[in-house]
Every structure is written in C-alpha cells, then in structure tokens.
Unconditional design. Structure first.
Length: 292
C-alpha cells in the first residue's frame, strides 16, 4: 500500500510572480518564508509523485461541457500556456508526469462512483499549476506531478462536502490501489479570499482568511464542513475564494491532523489573500484520542 507522506496547501495568483518585485518587503518576506517551507517539505518527503489539486479558469473546457474534476494524464506537463505567460510573468517549465498514477486515480474514482475526466494531452495551465511550480521549484527538483483541475467557477460547483468526499476516495485509492512503498504528496493550490475581475477586484477579506486558517489549525473538520459553505466563500470574494475547495480534497484524503499555518500576507495589488499550510503526517488526531 502507498502512503501519503506530505500534505500542503497554498495560495496562487498571477501577482505572486509577476508583481513580486513591487510588493512591500513585509509581503515579500512572508511569501519567501511560506513557499520555502513548502519546497523544503516536498523535498524532504522524497516523493514518488505529487498530486496537485487546483482550479481551472475556464481554459480547458466549454462552459456547457465543464467537468468538475479534470485529470492531467500526460507524461509531461508544460506551462504556462502561451496565452497566460505574459499575464503570469513566470518562466516556462516542464514537469514529469506519472501516467500510471493518473490512470490508477481515474480507474479508482470510477470504481468508487466519483466522476473524473482524464485528458492525455497537455492541459492549458495558468497560475493554478504555474505559481506553485516556479515558487517551489518543482520542475528544478524533478518532482513528478499529477494535476487535477477542478471546477470552482461554473455553478453548481462541487461544494465542501463533495470535495471532502473526493478526498476520502483519493485517500482510499492511494492506500488500496497504488503500489506498496510509493510515497505520495498532496498539494491544494488556490485561494485565499479574492474576487478576480469582479467589483471587489482589490478587496481582500483578511477576517475570513484568518478565520479559515484558524479552523485548519484547530483541525476541526466537522466545523470546516459545516461553516465553509459556497455562500460564505462568495461573501469573501465571488468566483475566487471557492478555490479553497481544492484544500478540502486534501483534508478528506488525510483525515483530522495537526495543521501548521506557515504564514499569511495581504497586499492589495496581489488581489488575493496569500497563505500556506502544512499538515503533520504523523499520527492522526483520531489515533491520539483513541490512545488516551
């Protein structure tokens, strides 16, 4: 049976790369610290594969034929897609894929009644995969990645309960379907509060961001599932904040574990609250409670 040995999540936004140099020193320091910690976590885990969940920005599918979960199954992933490159301002990259893992995930989801769509050709990546790749040097360090782009835009989006259930299925697939000894990492990419292109384009809901990060730190999944609703997300940034549901997939896969907040910054020109977390993949909280 394979094992989840690393679980992290972080914000992405084009400005984190393209506008980094013009940001205040405090925000630059926070970003350097957050992403350096994630890069260290991924490197130390000696992963065979990193499964990364992020949102699709209407780049890969028609609105009327929009999959909720689109699995990148290519042997290599290239980005950013040409149209997005000047907008994001990041270098080109090539990531190794793991077609065997992608195929196992696609088959395993189908057997568990979860609808995934797989695509063999290279997906059109914008900041969803590009920002974590270049800020964590995933390509430089040779990390093999299986990307999953999820619907956070076209209603009805998969909500917190559905994403958590997808994560539970993913955890089962890793433990039951992947080869014994395989070391798997999970990365939730997206959020925090923002409203891309909306009336509140430069608004960052710092109260929401700290509240959400605090819930993660306390590890109370029941409260997260009860309170972090699509309606609550929309109040903190329509069309953007719901990217955090990628983090719920990770939550579902790993169960209740201690979570460390690696940092936070709110610089209005990033147009996004920026934060990152890592989960302790030692004993689960439930295991500790059971041993008392």
């Amino acid at each position: 049976m394979a094992e989840i040995v690393c679980a992290v999540a972080a914000s992405h936004a084009p400005g984190l790369v393209g506008l980094y140099d013009s940001a205040p020193e405090e925000s630059k320091d926070a970003m350097r610290t957050m992403y350096a910690r994630i890069a260290e976590e991924v490197a130390a885990a000696e992963l065979d594969v990193l499964v990364l969940f992020a949102n699709d920005h209407l780049a890969n599918s028609k609105v009327l034929e929009y999959p909720d979960f689109l699995l990148g199954m290519a042997a290599e992933h290239h980005g950013p897609y040409d149209w997005f490159q000047p907008w994001i301002g990041c270098r080109p990259y090539t990531l190794a894929g793991r077609t065997d893992v992608a195929e196992a995930v696609l088959r395993g989801m189908g057997r568990r009644g979860v609808k995934f769509f797989g695509r063999q050709e290279n997906l059109r990546f914008d900041d969803n995969l590009s920002v974590p790749t270049v800020l964590c040097d995933l390509d430089v360090n040779g990390v093999a990645v299986v990307p999953v782009l999820q619907n956070c835009t076209v209603p009805p989006i998969p909500d917190q309960h559905r994403c958590y259930k997808v994560g539970r299925a993913l955890g089962d697939i890793i433990r039951e379907d992947l080869p014994a000894g395989m070391r798997v990492g999970l990365f939730g990419s997206g959020g925090l509060s923002h409203e891309p292109g909306g009336a509140r384009y430069f608004y960052i809901d710092e109260d929401f961001d700290h509240w959400f990060l605090g819930l993660l730190e306390r590890g109370d999944h029941e409260k997260l599932l009860a309170d972090v609703t699509p309606e609550r997300m929309e109040r903190s940034g329509a069309g953007g904040t719901a990217e955090l549901y990628a983090w719920f997939v990770v939550l579902g896969a790993i169960g209740e574990r201690r979570c460390e907040v690696l940092g936070y910054t709110a610089y209005d020109n990033f147009k996004c609250g920026v934060g990152a977390v890592r989960w302790d993949m030692g004993d689960a909280v439930g295991d500790e409670r059971g041993s008392r």
